[in-house]
Design a binder for this molecule. Structure first.
Ligand code: LLP
Length: 426
């Protein structure tokens, strides 16, 4: 459930008509619903607790939507943070999420990033390879601390979904091999500056079938049992993120309750605490991207392009993953005005054919100046935006009931150009 509904002034986010935000902030603009973020986190947590999972660490995947205001909304509810760069660790800390609720993952953490995370006292650094383990040990020794590490294990399970976001097969770059995990864990246990506390896995994103997750989690259970049997200390099993969301045209994904029941069944009796890294399931349907139609360009051959002011740099998912986002007019035109639906290719102003959000989509008839919302854009939307074509980074707005605030401003052209430096020898 989310809080984007049509009201008397058109499509609204909670009590704020999106047209009002667009008029005040301009377009394109991302708009997030605080109530939806809170609801998704609360539903996820309640589902785990109801399934009997005691005191889970829910480390929200910052990469999905990393705005500090969004992180603070979730952090204030008790969420932790799954981070993959020093920048994300800094964002989580800036939002008031304490180090002990921060997980630091990623295949290529640099020395400085590891040092920063250790000094921030993160809950666990998820180790993705043997060379990385050695680097963490070296940095911890230099700092004179003991690094809490969890081994991210590649369970060699195909998650289904888009190849660009599948992570759980051994051909993917993520995690240590299943076969090597126990040896590395045992070695690390004997190191003066390493404290292995658990194992982790994450097999992909937008997963709509629990079967591969069940398979991967069962393998992880077996590994935990093996480590415990070897007398090693294991206190946490981190099961990653990946639960899919309904994108309107997609198969209905399993609910958090079904997911939690499966996890409870697979991990029953295992004497470790569980951690989760949900991103999309918390943020996707809590946000929309609002854009304005610049032109309707009809070709005599029959194509009709809806040229809008958002582009692939603002929302890259359709170009990158062929992702489907439902597109809704903020104010549906009266049936009598133009009537019915029209088929459009919805495109942005960027000079690439890939800057196409959708082809031959039947939409309510639209005209220049009308505004539309890309639904389910709260995750991997603004977080993946760029300034390609020197387009200002799209601003973000957070709604709370009938008030709203800009939580990231659109940069001015002066801001953007001031970052470039022309050396005096040019
Ligand atoms: N944990 C780890 C280690 C991850 O790599 C990811 C996502 C997550 C958690 C969160 O997964 P989620 O619950 O959001 O599925 N940009 C792509 C998605 C990339 C996901 C990358 N890793 C998209 O727009 O579909």
């Amino acid at each position: 459930m989310n809080h984007f509904e049509y009201g008397p002034e058109g499509l609204a986010c909670e009590g704020v008509p999106l047209a009002r935000v667009a008029a005040q902030v301009g377009t394109p603009v991302y708009v997030y619903s605080r109530a939806t973020l809170e609801r998704h986190y609360t539903v996820f947590r309640a589902a785990l607790e109801l399934a009997g999972i005691v005191d889970p660490l829910i480390a929200y995947a910052v990469k999905a939507n990393s705005n500090v205001a969004v992180l603070k909304v979730l952090g204030d509810l008790g969420a932790g943070a799954d981070t993959v760069s020093e920048g994300e660790v800094r964002r989580a800390l800036a939002a008031g999420i304490p180090g002990e609720r921060i997980v630091f993952s990623g295949v290529g953490k640099k020395r400085g990033e590891i040092a920063f995370a250790l000094q921030a006292g993160v809950a666990e650094i998820n180790v993705e390879s043997e060379p990385e383990l050695n680097l963490i040990a070296a940095v911890a020794a230099e700092l004179g601390v003991k690094a809490k590490v969890a081994f991210r294990v590649n369970p060699d399970v195909a998650a289904g979904g888009h190849a660009k976001i599948a992570t759980g097969k051994s051909e993917n770059k993520f995690g240590v091999s299943f076969a090597e995990a126990a040896r590395l864990y045992a070695n690390a246990s004997n190191h003066a500056h390493l404290e292995p506390i658990g194992v982790a896995c994450h097999i992909g994103s937008q997963i709509t079938d629990l079967t591969p997750m069940r398979q991967a989690f069962s393998k992880m259970r077996g590994l935990v049992e093996q480590l415990l049997a070897e007398g090693l200390h294991v206190e946490r099993l981190d099961l990653g993120g990946g639960l899919g969301v309904p994108y309107f045209n997609m198969p209905e994904p399993p609910s958090p309750a079904e997911f939690a029941a499966m996890v409870a069944e697979v991990t029953q009796g295992l004497p470790v605490k569980l951690a989760f890294e949900p991103g999309r399931v918390i943020a996707a349907n809590a946000g929309v991207l609002v854009s304005e139609v610049i032109h309707v360009h009809e070709r005599p051959e029959g194509k009709r392009f809806l040229v809008i002011d958002a582009a692939m740099n603002d929302l890259i998912r359709p170009a990158m993953y062929d992702a489907f986002h439902d597109i809704r007019p903020l104010v549906p035109r009266a049936k009598t005005e133009q009537g019915g639906e029209t088929t459009y290719d919805v495109v942005g102003p960027i000079c690439e054919t890939g800057d196409t959000f959708t082809r031959d989509r039947a939409l309510p008839s639209l005209a220049a100046g009308d505004r539309v919302a890309f639904m389910s854009a709260g995750a991997y939307g603004a977080a993946m935006a760029s300034e390609y074509n020197t387009r200002p980074l799209v601003p973000e707005v957070l709604v709370d009931g009938d008030r709203f605030a800009v939580i990231r401003e659109r940069p001015s052209y002066e801001d953007m150009l001031s970052r470039d430096v022309v050396p005096d020898w040019v």
